[in-house]
Design a protein around this ligand. Structure first.
Ligand code: ADP
Ligand code: MG
Length: 358
């Protein structure tokens, strides 16, 4: 699925149209031409001084920035995937409020090392996510950059007030649930970093990504769990708190614990880990549980529900109960198979330190 011709793909484009050749206005027109810009809520679409859209529900807003060299490495991230991911991470933030994303805006700064074709790839990925998640692009801005690529996306969504799920409202004895499986995106990144190191040492050697499709997709083409938001509504469950897993399970648990003023107990054997993540972690001599706890970018939803809602959720293959909420003084504890308790430290991703702690 992940095609290796993408390695350093942006420098291998056969056609190359300089951005100055097109001019800013033609460029924007060209890039946004393939988007569905109108929908029933839009009064004035992208292209004017500002967009106008109707909103008669509670408006949910979020914004995120992706910086080259900090959040992504273009030597192995295909621009199309990056465009897709830039949209998805914002759609995921809206989903994490138990809300639905409707609109996105996209700001982008690029240096002249990017051709119009490279940008087109990025926009193709972004537009694919817009179609897939039924989200409309309502605006953006374009600027030159002296060095790397900077992407900033803002998302607007809607939520029924009674269904909004915050980080600060988990209560003692609530169950802790996670969607999907964890640690895959992190193991995908390890494989890509390993192959990059091999490639840098000897560009003649073709990167070996065989047999890693699932974890590479988890890293390069994550999905936002809007399906979970819909399922919870159908099941008649309002989570008592919710967050999306961008920095790792441990870090997100710390956010919920701190803001809700509670403790959390997680059972190690319950943490869902895909067999491929597990075996690749072993190959890299990493502990699979640590990868699930501290590896980020899975974009799964982590939420709490009242015990009485468990019957509605149990048996659903998309959701796993991994622990429960305890009192504040108990802190964050990982309970191992043998029944021992270990405090969980939040590592997350510290972009400001020179060494990655993750
Ligand atoms: P202004 O000078 O008023 O900011 P722009 O020329 O920057 O106008 O933008 C014109 C229109 O194109 C606006 O509707 C804006 O939202 C949209 N736009 C500009 N850049 C982008 C971009 N990179 N992606 C999507 N839409 C964009
Ligand atoms: Mg502008």
């Amino acid at each position: 699925m992940i095609n290796m011709r993408y390695f350093c793909s942006m420098f291998e484009n056969q056609e190359r149209t300089e951005i100055d050749q097109l001019g800013e206005f033609a460029l924007i027109e060209h890039l946004t031409a393939k988007f569905q810009l109108e929908n029933e809520g839009i009064i004035v679409p992208l292209g004017d001084d500002a967009a106008v859209f109707k909103s008669d529900e509670n408006t949910v807003y979020s914004t995120d920035m992706l910086v080259e060299g900090i959040h992504f490495d273009l030597s192995y991230v295909p621009l199309k995937h990056l465009g897709y991911k830039a949209a998805v991470v914002n759609i995921s933030d809206i989903a994490a409020m138990n809300a639905r994303c409707r609109y996105l805006s996209l700001n982008i700064a690029i240096s002249n090392r990017f051709s119009a074709e490279a940008l087109e790839e990025f926009y193709a990925g972004f537009s694919l996510a817009c179609e897939r998640y039924k989200v409309t692009l309502i605006g953006g801005d374009t600027s030159a950059s002296q060095s790397g690529m900077v992407i900033s996306v803002s998302a607007i969504g809607y939520a029924d007030e009674k269904r909004i799920a915050r980080r600060n409202s988990a209560k003692e004895n609530d169950l802790l649930i996670v969607s999907g499986d964890l640690g895959g995106a992190f193991m995908g990144l390890q494989v890509l970093e390993r192959e990059k190191a091999v490639f840098v040492d000897n560009p003649e050697i073709q990167p070996d990504l065989e047999g890693n499709d699932y974890i590479l997709e988890r890293q390069l083409k994550p999905e936002a769990r809007v399906d979970i938001v819909e399922m919870l509504e159908e099941l008649g469950v309002v989570p008592t708190s919710m967050i999306d897993i961008s920095d790792g399970l441990a870090s997100e648990c710390h956010h919920i614990a701190k803001q809700s003023e509670v403790g959390i107990a997680i059972y190690e054997e319950k943490i869902p880990i895909d067999p491929m993540t597990h075996s690749r972690a072993r190959d890299f001599e990493l502990d699979p549980t640590t990868c699930a706890l501290n590896g980020g970018e899975d974009y799964e939803l982590l939420f709490t529900v009242k015990q009485e809602d468990w019957d509605k959720i149990k048996g659903n293959p998309n959701m796993t109960a991994i622990g429960h909420i305890t009192d504040k003084n108990s802190g964050l504890q990982l309970i191992t198979q043998s029944g021992n308790s270990h405090p969980i430290e939040a590592q997350g991703w510290n972009h400001f330190s020179s060494e990655d702690e993750g």
